[in-house]
Design a protein around this ligand. Structure first.
Ligand code: C5P
Length: 134
């Protein structure tokens, strides 16, 4: 049976209804693809705690737990593991998001995410964001 990996992801939504996507850096799996920021949930960690940590590390922003609203789940079987990935939405944070690990970021309206090269787990999430942000 495939190993289960839990990753938490977050759609940061700005006041214009644009969503932040982050480019996976060289040297990482799926390098060059655009993803919703987040990362692996560590043992004993809650997905919200994971996101607070990852959004600080990756983008240099501070997010409070009540600002993270669960939206949906992605589930995808990669060759060597099965990914389960809750997606949260966040509209309020402190600081200006920047690629703290050297990664490129961009803000796009949800409909413009279509056609962007993304990991297969992330792609089905676009439709949920289009429904949410109109
Ligand atoms: O980001 P990290 O490399 O820790 O994530 C572990 C794995 O989860 C990645 O190799 C990738 O296959 C998957 N992933 C994904 N979509 C994301 C984040 C991670 O498919 N937004």
């Amino acid at each position: 049976m495939l190993r289960l990996v839990l990753v938490a992801a977050c759609a940061l939504v700005d006041s214009d209804g644009r969503v932040l996507v982050s480019q996976r850096p060289e040297g990482k799996a799926l390098a060059g693809l655009w993803e919703f920021p987040g990362g692996k949930v560590e043992p004993g960690e809650r997905p919200e705690e994971c996101l607070i940590r990852e959004l600080d590390e990756e983008l240099g922003i501070t997010v409070e737990k009540p600002c993270l609203a669960p939206l949906t789940f992605a589930s995808h079987a990669y060759d060597d593991f099965h990914l389960l990935m809750p997606l949260y939405v966040c509209r309020r944070w402190k600081g200006a998001p920047a690629g703290r690990e050297g990664q490129a970021i961009q803000w796009l309206k949800p409909a413009k995410l279509r056609g962007l090269p993304m990991p297969p787990a992330d792609e089905p999430l676009i439709a949920h964001l289009i429904d949410l942000i109109r």
